[in-house]
Design a protein around this ligand. Structure first.
Ligand code: BG6
Length: 504
């Protein structure tokens, strides 16, 4: 069936069982995302949701919560059918649940079977664990033992959220604890960066354009830079952040996923299996450092107060240790040995309380062509740079040299800019909507495979171990700056500099 916009719509029958149904993630992301899928026809009347958590809610109260989540998420949606949220919420069922209590799983199975019959769901089940990973193993084990997993032709899918471990050994333990109940192809690991449209469009840009595809190699690319900078601090998440830090929070997952998409070889076919294989290969081809190399090529930082003393330093934030050694900033150099880009450095950077919120990727091309326009031999051509703007801007900038309009033959750089308009941006589904739709349709393209997660941990574990040998001198950057001086020096040592270098 085709919609007016010409997009092929496929709806799917399914029962969602959400563990953590009273939580913040469910309220802010999952209920609005499911509603959007319902409004767009990916879910029709044959779906149901069971929300579980410890609190004793009634179904009526649950419906009110779901409707309020939809309203909060889309206040100015311009919806014409006001009755839709109520109709949608009527598919929701609440069950109070203690994840350790076997009897509760028995009750859950009974309700699941009833709803399966009532809505003709054909045994399709999606289990969404919107809770702390320490419960994953317990829940997965009980789901299997108490026969909540469908046996017939329907599907069983498990959606889980990060943090997926603290290092490789703990990630493996976590993975082992769920893999007794779910096979790898049934596990959908959410990395919300993979749900962002501009991240998904990396493959299209690279492999859908002869211009870029032909230049995407070690002959033409000098270096790649990835910046995920945030202007906010840890806000009210200090408790979690004190156990994580920027490396675990942003680098091991989001940044390493982006690295794999930028450095992978071209898949023969654009489907989830081929893409996954190429991403795994790309991560396996990142140079594994010794501890000495890790110390040299990775910089950590923690923010102090800003220069005017209007922003608190990390150690003075509510809920942090006043001697905390947790890093709020990481910069590093990775080296890929994937054949096409063999030896090309990938500089990565992320931090809290930096100058500006910006997620961007800069592809810096080589400029060692002979400069026939030079007045003297030392004058080099200005580097061509392709920037992919991920957030808050979305689009591209291509920087290249062109003749200036004045006397003589002088070159100066111009910026070819393409940005999505506010209207275009508003039409892009939220990352969660897209990811839940993919899980519903069984499309694993935008989810992290275990081999990707485990390889990313192995690369990061060396850095962590190297860091743990020394006490950091924190704080070492001011709120509102672009991080510690050492992060600038990292590139300067290679005769390079960060392309993205905002002053305010
Ligand atoms: C999350 C981290 O995964 O990503 C947060 O836990 C971070 O600390 C967030 O703020 C950034 O995501 P985005 O989509 O705002 O760039």
């Amino acid at each position: 069936m085709k919609s007016e916009s010409g997009v092929i719509k496929m709806n799917q029958k399914a029962l969602f069982i959400i563990f953590g149904g009273t939580g913040d993630l469910a309220y802010r992301k999952l209920y609005p995302a499911l509603f959007n899928l319902y409004e767009k026809g990916y879910l029709k009347e044959d779906f149901a949701v069971i929300g579980t958590a410890r609190r004793p809610w009634s179904n009526d109260h649950y419906h009110e919560v779901v409707m309020s989540a939809i309203e909060d998420a889309g206040r100015d949606s311009g919806r014409t059918n006001d009755d839709l949220p109520r109709k949608f919420a009527s598919h929701f069922y609440y069950q109070s649940h203690n994840v350790d209590d076997v009897d509760h799983y028995v009750a859950l199975r009974k309700l699941a079977d009833e709803l399966d019959e009532k809505y003709d769901l054909q045994g399709n089940r999606i289990f969404y664990l919107a809770m702390a990973p320490r419960f994953f193993g317990t829940i997965a084990g009980h789901l299997k033992d108490q026969a909540l997993l469908t046996k017939g032709n329907g599907f069983n899918r498990l959606i889980i959220e990060k943090p997926f471990g603290r290092d490789y050994p703990s990630a493996k333990e976590l993975n082992d604890s769920i893999s007794g109940s779910f096979k790898e192809e049934q596990i959908f690991r959410i990395d919300h960066y993979l749900g962002k449209e501009p991240i998904q469009s990396i493959a299209g840009l690279r492999f859908g354009n002869a211009l870029f595809n032909s230049l995407w190699n070690k002959v033409h690319i000098d270096n790649i830079q990835i910046t995920l900078s945030e202007s906010l601090g840890v806000e009210e998440r200090a408790g979690y952040y004190e156990t994580a830090g920027a490396m675990r929070d942003m680098v091991q997952n989001h940044i390493m996923q982006i690295v794999s998409l930028l450095t992978m070889e071209r898949p023969d076919v654009f489907d989830s299996e081929h893409l996954r294989d190429k991403k795994i290969e790309a991560l396996e081809n990142i140079q594994m450092y010794t501890k000495e190399e890790a110390k040299k090529y990775f910089i950590r930082g923690q923010y102090g107060a800003d220069e005017a003393n209007t922003q608190l330093g990390y150690r003075d934030e509510e809920g942090t240790d006043n001697q905390s050694t947790v890093e709020t900033f990481v910069a590093g150099k990775l080296i890929t040995h994937n054949p096409s880009l063999d030896g090309v450095p990938v500089y990565i950077r992320t931090g809290k309380r930096l100058t500006k919120k910006s997620t961007q990727i800069n592809i810096v091309f080589k400029n060692d062509d002979q400069n026939i326009f030079a007045k003297d031999a030392s004058e080099k051509l200005k580097t061509n740079v392709l920037t992919m703007h991920i957030e808050p801007d979305q689009g591209f900038t291509l920087e290249f040299n062109t003749k200036t309009g004045n006397q003589g033959y002088n070159l100066s750089p111009v910026h070819l800019r393409y940005r999505k308009t506010a209207t275009e941006k508003a039409q892009i589904p939220d990352a969660y909507e897209g990811l839940i739709r993919d899980a519903l349709m069984g499309n694993k393209t935008n989810f992290a495979h275990w081999h990707e997660v485990s390889q990313a941990w192995k690369i990061m574990d060396v850095v962590r171990e190297a860091w743990d040998e020394e006490e950091p001198a924190f704080p070492n950057y001011a709120s509102g700056s672009m991080g510690p001086e050492a992060a600038m020096q990292l590139l300067a040592d290679d005769g390079r500099k960060w392309v993205f270098n905002p002053r305010s």
